[in-house]
Design a protein around this ligand. Structure first.
Ligand code: ADP
Ligand code: ASP
Ligand code: MG
Length: 620
């Protein structure tokens, strides 16, 4: 029998009437012949209210007790949902995360799922019951209640779909040997207060348009750069375990947005969506020794506190010193500074930070093939008079950090520049393909190298382990660095305009503040174009007052670690930088995204770095 996991978010269970409506949906699916698991969030603003309640007692609530408190929100919802379904005449039973054995690690308030037992759910399903599970919560190995981080009910839902899809009875996904359990008949529907995934948050930009379909990678990246409609870790699960997902409205029957494996038509446009994180914080460590192992020391100390670093912009050093800039979400700033300050003091470096900053990002797999995307984004921001404090790129995203007061303006201007408000070919499915047909037709999810990710996940020791599918080396690019670029709107844009006029394709871009009113910009271009790109950049830099300095470097190697959920797993960067530090290989540039972390090193150390990273991540 097919199985569907239906997840209802907070607004979809906010009132008794809405709970009844959700209950009817679950019953319809059951009566249409599916087994049904319902995952529910806390009702309405319950979670926020619980947080406020804790704040009335203390500014720094202990994380364990916070989880104990927050988990109650979902417990209310499951009981009410079970009552609703039973009242409507179907059999139903509610379970907390602990009751069905959702075992997590012990990082309270941001725990990761290690394993889920299917036995109790299967038994209830086999008895003909609709199974109702509390989202967002689990239990650690010492029976402490844990939560998965804000928005985590999506992750519960997709994890349940994954485990029901891939698992027979009691063995973990990790131990399973090729048994696909219920196989392809498992789907997951996310019911929320919008009718799908939009090109950007429709509450902020009303011109945003609904997408019919979006790829796992694009959704993963969009969610991780701020599209609050889905918890990014849920997309990690969906991709890893090949779970077809649909995001749709709980209030209407409109077809929602399918989140599916990548297909050709998605490359037709460079950008599929944009997002904003309003509350970021920037930390700069200025004047660190430009030596091997420094990034490792800093980022491993941060990772040890399980703080996910967001943008990282480490520039090429000069005069034996380098500066490292990175961002974290604003609520992580105090903890981050507590880690970084003593370390910087040891290194003789200074720490600065800024709180009123927002991050605006664009995402699209089409960026891999379309050129000039960054230049268009920067030009739009320059036209809007928005200054960029930091820039980082991934292979399918570009993020810029701006003043918080410029955030919404910046988001609107990039949304318009890439015509996300206009209907387009790539916003829908190919002619003749119905959305419902997509998951059935979807092949096993393959990464860019044609590896079967489902097969890779068999080797995981726990469900939310990081998947690293490949490490690659490329020596076909060189870097250009502009030192002392005046930190004013339009300067970056003009550099890229100059380079684009030469028909040169820019790949990785990193911009960081290097001192008061000064920015440092580094980017890579094909080795064959390096001299020309250097000359064009130099010509522009000469026109500035005072002129900026330009240095080109042909002797670089770029290393890429590819996988899923690379940024949010704090351990990836740590392992990567650690492996290089151990061999005394200096990191010159760093770039992160959810599907790729890359570093630039001295070309002479390229092969050695490749071998080190392959060993560190255990890939052939
Ligand atoms: P739920 O409680 O159902 O999980 P959320 O509030 O977590 O609902 O997510 C839905 C909200 O996400 C929408 O109301 C919308 O404002 C916001 N959102 C942000 N980015 C997007 C986007 N790209 N597409 C759709 N909604 C978005
Ligand atoms: N109730 C939790 C929250 O508000 C989990 C969720 O809604 O997904 O973050
Ligand atoms: Mg949500």
């Amino acid at each position: 029998m097919p199985l569907v996991v239906q997840k209802f978010g907070g607004s979809s269970v906010a009132t008794a009437e809405r709970i009844m409506r959700a209950a009817r949906r679950a019953i319809n699916a059951r009566q249409a012949g599916s087994q049904v698991i319902v995952v529910v969030s806390a009702r309405g603003d319950t979670t926020d209210e619980l947080i406020e309640l804790a704040k009335e007692i203390t500014d720094r609530p202990p994380a364990r007790e916070m989880d104990m408190l927050l988990a109650t929100g979902e417990q209310i919802s499951i009981a009410l949902m079970a009552m609703a379904i039973q009242t409507l005449g179907e059999k139903a039973i509610s379970f907390t995360g602990a009751q069905i054995g959702i075992v997590t690690d012990s990082y309270h308030t941001k725990a990761r799922i290690k394993n889920i037992s299917t036995q109790r759910m299967r038994q209830a399903l086999d008895e003909g019951k609709i199974v109702i599970v509390a989202g967002f919560q689990g239990i650690d190995e010492d029976y402490n209640i844990t939560t998965l981080g804000r928005g985590g009910s999506d992750t519960t839902a997709v994890a349940l779909a994954a485990v029901m899809k891939h698992r027979g009875q009691e063995s973990g996904i990790s131990q399973e040997s090729g048994d696909r359990g219920q196989g392809s008949g498992v789907g997951c529907e996310i019911y929320t207060d919008v009718d799908g995934v939009y090109t950007t948050d429709p509450r902020i930009v009303p011109e945003a348009r609904k997408l019919d379909a979006i790829s796992y990678d694009e959704m993963l990246e969009l969610a991780s750069v701020g599209a609050g409609v889905m918890h990014s870790r849920s997309i990690e699960f969906a991709k890893k375990f090949d779970v077809p997902l649909q995001v749709r409205s709980s209030f209407t029957d409109t077809e929602g947005t399918w989140i599916v494996p990548e297909s050709e038509w998605m490359h037709e446009v460079p950008v599929c969506g944009a997002a904003i994180v309003k509350d970021e914080a920037r930390v700069g460590i200025v004047g660190v020794p430009d030596q091997p192992g420094i990034s490792h020391r800093i980022f491993s100390a941060i990772a040890e506190q399980n703080i996910a670093v967001d943008m990282i912009a480490q520039n090429v050093g000069s005069g034996g010193k380098a500066s490292i800039g990175f961002t974290v979400t604003k609520n992580e700033l105090p903890n981050t500074l507590a880690v970084v300050r003593p370390l910087a003091a040891l290194l003789g470096a200074a720490v600065e930070h800024a709180e009123e900053v927002s991050k605006v990002s664009i995402v699209g797999t089409g960026m891999r093939t379309h050129t000039g995307v960054a230049e268009r984004m920067f030009a739009a921001l320059a036209d809007a008079g928005v200054n960029m404090k930091m820039i980082t790129t991934g292979d399918i995203k570009i993020s810029v950090l701006v003043d918080k007061s410029d955030g919404v303006k910046a988001l609107r201007s990039v949304h318009q520049t890439f015509q996300l408000d206009k209907p387009r070919a790539g916003a829908g499915l190919p002619v003749g393909v119905t959305p419902a047909a997509v998951p059935a037709r979807a092949p096993a999810v393959l990464d860019d190298n044609g590896r079967d990710l489902a097969a890779i996940t068999q080797q995981l020791s726990s469900m939310e382990d990081i998947v690293v599918s490949d490490v690659q080396l490329s020596t076909d690019q060189g870097t250009i660095t502009v030192f002392n670029l005046p930190d004013q709107p339009g300067n970056c844009s003009k550099v890229f305009q100059a380079v684009a006029e030469g028909g040169i394709v820019v790949d990785t871009i990193v911009q960081n503040l290097s001192g008061p009113g000064r920015a440092q910009l580094s980017f890579s271009v094909p080795a064959a174009d390096l001299d020309r790109a250097g000359a064009l950049t130099h010509a522009f830099a000469q026109k500035l007052n005072p002129p900026a300095q330009v240095v080109a470097d042909a002797h670089i190697a770029r290393l890429f670690v590819l996988g899923i959920g690379m940024r949010t797993h704090t351990g990836v960067a740590r392992r990567m930088f650690g492996a290089l530090a151990e061999r005394g290989i200096n990191i010159r540039m760093i770039n992160t995204s959810e599907v790729r972390v890359s570093v630039v090193v001295d070309q002479r150390r390229g092969e050695e770095a490749l071998a080190a990273l392959k060993t560190a991540f255990n890939v052939g």
